[in-house]
Design a protein around this ligand. Sequence first.
Ligand SMILES: NC(=O)c1ccc[n+]([C@@H]2O[C@H](COP(=O)([O-])OP(=O)(O)OC[C@H]3O[C@@H](n4cnc5c(N)ncnc54)[C@H](OP(=O)(O)O)[C@@H]3O)[C@@H](O)[C@H]2O)c1
Length: 312
Amino acid sequence: MNTPCVELYTGAAMPLLGLGTWQSQPGQVQQAVEVAIDNGYRHIDCAYIYANEKEVGAGIESRIKKGVVKREDLFIVSKLWNHFHDEDEVKPSLMKSLANLNLSCLDLYLIHSPMGTKMPKDPSSQEVEFSDVDYVCTWKAMEKLVDEGLVKAIGVSNFNVSQLERLLSSCRIKPAVNQVELHPYLTQAKLVQYCKSKGIILTAFSPLGSPSSPLKPAAQKNILEDPVINEIGKKYGKTNAQVLLRYHVQRCVTVIPKSVSPARIIQNAQIFDFSLSENEMETLEGLNKNWRTGSWDFAGLPNHKFYPFKED
Ligand SMILES: NC(=O)c1ccc[n+]([C@@H]2O[C@H](COP(=O)([O-])OP(=O)(O)OC[C@H]3O[C@@H](n4cnc5c(N)ncnc54)[C@H](OP(=O)(O)O)[C@@H]3O)[C@@H](O)[C@H]2O)c1
C-alpha cells in the first residue's frame, strides 16, 4: 500500500511519510531505499551534503527496473547546500544532485538553510566563513529551476517566520514546503500555525529526536524513551516511534524518519492503521520543552546574520 499524501499548493501530491537519509552510510542506504520502496514509501528525503545521493539513486533505479514502482509515483526531495547560495551556483548544484541521483527532475528542491557560507579553502578545516548572499537572491535562482522544468516545486528548510515573511513578500513562486525540526519536545506552535495559514506544507525532520545525532546536546533526554509516549503506545500496541510519527501525519505534517534497519523502516510505515485521540494529541503537544537537537550551534553560525533560531 502506498502511503497517504497531502496536496501542495501546486496541486502535486506529497506522501506524508518519507525516508530520511542523513547519516545513512553508503553501503547501507541503497538497501534502506529498496526496503522502503518495497514497503510502500514513495517519498525519499535527500541532500547534496549527505554525500550518499549516488547510493540513494541506485536504490531508486533498482526498484524502478524491478517494476515495483514508476518514477512518477515517487516524490524525491533534495537540498541546496549552504556553500552554493550564490545565484550562479544554484543550477550547477541541482545538476550535481540530479546526476548523483540519476534523475532528470526533482519533485521538490529546498534551500537547506537560510545561512550562506563559503566553501572552505582547506577541506579539513572546521572554520566556516560566512557568505553575504541573501536567501532572497538565492530564491530567484531557485524559481528559474521551476521555469526550466528541472524541479516541480521549491521550498526551504530551517526558515523562521520572519524569514518566510520576507521571502513571501518578494517571491514570484511561493515556497511549497518548510522542512524543520519538529517533535513533541519542539512543537514550534507559532511556526506551524504560520505555515498552515500561508498554505506552506511542513516537513518534520528528526521526528524521533535524532537519537544518534552528533549535534544532539547530551543533557537532552531521548524522546523515544518518554514514559508518557510509552503509555499512549501501549494502548494501541505501538512503539514510541510509531506514536511520534503518527502525531505528525495526523495533523497533515509530512514526516521523514531515518533508518537503515529493515525492521525499523517497516515499523515506521505502520502508522496508518490507528488514530490518536484529540486528548492524546494535546498531551503530546504539552510535552514541549523547546529542545532543538539540530541548532546549527557550531563554527560560529549563531553569529550569522540569517541564523534562524533566535526567534522565540
Ligand atoms: N533539513 C535539515 O536541516 C535536516 C536536519 C536533520 C535531518 N533532516 C532529515 O530528516 C531525516 C530524519 O532526521 P534524523 O535523521 O535527524 O533523525 P530521526 O529520524 O529522528 O532519528 C533517526 C535515528 O533513529 C533511529 N531509528 C529509526 N527508526 C527507529 C525506531 N522505529 N525505533 C528506534 N530507533 C529508530 C535510527 O537508527 P537506525 O538507522 O539504526 O534505525 C537513527 O539513529 C534525516 O535523515 C534527514 O533526511 C533534515
